[in-house]
Design a protein around this ligand. Structure first.
Ligand SMILES: [Zn+2]
Length: 347
C-alpha cells in the first residue's frame, strides 16, 4: 500500500515501505493529527513481564511480546538497559538495541537479576557482553547494601574507567545506573555514554554533563514511584524526596538550556504507560516540545536512528491531539504504521 500522509506538522508519502517527500499519485490518504516516527524509550527492560501477562522472565517470547506492546503504544525504538537473559540482545535490530546483562557485584543490586561481576572482572565482563552481541553495556554502579541498607557504590572510578574503555574499544556504548551522587561523579569522570536515573544529581554535575556530552535518562516515572515507599536508607530517601520536590524543577530546564541530551526512559513501567514519562519531563520544566524531543527527535539523533526523513523505513505514529500543546496526547495513538504497514488504527 502507498499512502499520502497530511498531518498538522508534516506532509509525506509512504511508498514501498519507505518515507518520501516527493508527491506520488494513486495513494491512500491518511489525514489529520500530529505525526512522529514513533516514540523512543531509552530505558526499557524487555526481558521482564512488564505488563503482568504471565510471561516467563528472560524468555525470547517475553521480549517479543513486550516489543509488540511497545509498538502498539507507538514506541518504535527501544534501548534495553539490562536484562536477566540475553534474549533482548538476540532480537536487536532497527527498532531495538540492548545492553545484555545487568553487571553488578555478587549479592548486590537485585541478586536474581544480575550477572555477578567482581570489580576485578568488570572490564573483562564488559568485553564479553559485547562479544556476545550487546550494543550497550549496563553497569549498576550503586544500590542499597544488603548489610547496612545504605546506598553504596559497587565499583570505583578506575574499575568503571577500564570497563568503559573496554566497551568502547569493542564498539559498544555504556549506560551507568546511578541512584546517588558519587556514582554520577564516576560516570562523568570515566566517559560513560549515558547516566541512568541520577535522582540526586547536582547543578555542577549537570554542567559537566553538558561539557562532556554525557546523556541523562532520568526515568522519573519509575524512580519517583519507587522512592515513595520506605527505603532502607532514610537519609538517602530524604535527599531523593527533596530532589523530586525541588531540585529537579531547576535541573531539568538547566540541562535543557545547556544542551544536555535528555532521554525519556520508562524503566519497568508497562509499555502502554511510557507516555507518562514525557508528561513527567514536562511537569519538571521542559517545554512540551523539549519533553517530546526527549522521546522523539533528540533521542533518535542520540541513537543514530532515522526520523521522518527521505528514504527512512516508514515507521509513523499519528495522534489526534498535538503533543506540542499537551504531551498527554501521546497516551493513545490514532494510528501506528511499522515499515509501511498499518499495525493499528482508531480511525
Ligand atoms: Zn532500569
Amino acid at each position: 500500500m502507498s499512502y499520502h500522509v497530511v498531518a498538522t506538522n508534516v506532509e509525506l508519502w509512504v511508498i514501498d515501505g519507505r518515507i518520501t517527500f516527493t508527491p506520488h499519485d494513486h495513494t491512500d490518504p491518511l489525514f489529520g493529527g500530529f505525526a512522529t516516527a514513533g516514540l523512543v524509550d531509552a530505558h526499557a527492560h524487555t526481558t521482564f513481564d512488564l505488563s503482568d501477562r504471565d510471561l516467563t522472565p528472560g524468555a525470547d517470547e517475553t521480549v517479543s511480546e513486550n516489543v509488540l506492546d511497545y509498538l502498539g503504544a507507538g514506541v518504535t525504538y527501544l534501548r534495553d538497559t539490562g536484562g536477566i537473559s540475553m534474549a533482548a540482545v538476540a532480537q536487536q535490530g532497527p527498532r531495538l538495541a540492548a545492553a545484555g546483562r545487568f553487571l553488578a557485584p555478587p549479592g548486590r543490586y537485585i541478586p536474581d537479576w544480575i550477572l555477578p561481576t567482581e570489580p576485578s572482572d568488570l572490564a573483562a565482563a564488559a568485553t564479553k557482553q559485547v562479544a556476545a552481541g550487546s550494543w550497550w553495556v549496563k553497569i549498576v554502579c550503586d544500590w542499597f547494601s544488603p548489610e547496612t541498607g545504605k546506598v553504596e557504590s559497587h565499583y570505583d572510578r578506575d574499575v568503571v574507567a577500564s570497563a568503559v574503555d573496554a566497551a568502547h574499544a569493542a564498539g559498544a556504548r555504556v549506560a551507568l545506573h546511578c541512584i546517588d551522587e558519587q556514582s554520577v561523579d564516576i560516570a562523568l569522570a570515566t566517559g560513560v555514554d549515558s547516566i541512568e536515573h541520577a535522582c540526586n544529581a547536582t547543578k555542577s554535575q549537570v554542567e559537566l554533563m553538558a561539557e562532556r556530552g554525557t546523556a541523562w535518562c532520568p526515568t522519573i516515572t519509575a524512580v519517583r514511584g519507587f522512592t515513595s515507599h520506605p527505603l532502607s536508607d532514610p537519609e538517602y530517601q530524604s535527599r531523593v524526596r527533596s530532589f523530586y520536590a525541588e531540585t529537579l524543577y531547576e535541573l531539568l530546564p538547566l540541562a535543557s538550556t545547556l544542551g544536555v541530551t535528555i532521554l525519556a526512559g520508562s524503566d519497568t513501567v508497562p509499555p502502554a504507560e511510557f507516555w507518562r514519562e514525557v508528561v513527567a519531563l514536562h511537569e519538571y520544566g521542559l517545554s512540551p516540545e523539549g519533553a517530546l524531543a526527549a522521546a522523539t527527535t533528540e533521542a533518535r539523533g542520540y541513537f543514530g536512528v532515522p526520523d521522518l526523513e527521505e528514504g527512512a523505513p516508514a515507521d509513523l505514529v499519528l495522534y489526534d491531539g498535538d503533543p506540542r500543546v499537551d504531551p498527554a496526547a501521546l497516551a493513545s495513538p490514532a494510528l501506528v504504521m511499522i515499515g509501511g504497514r498499518i499495525l493499528s488504527r482508531r480511525r
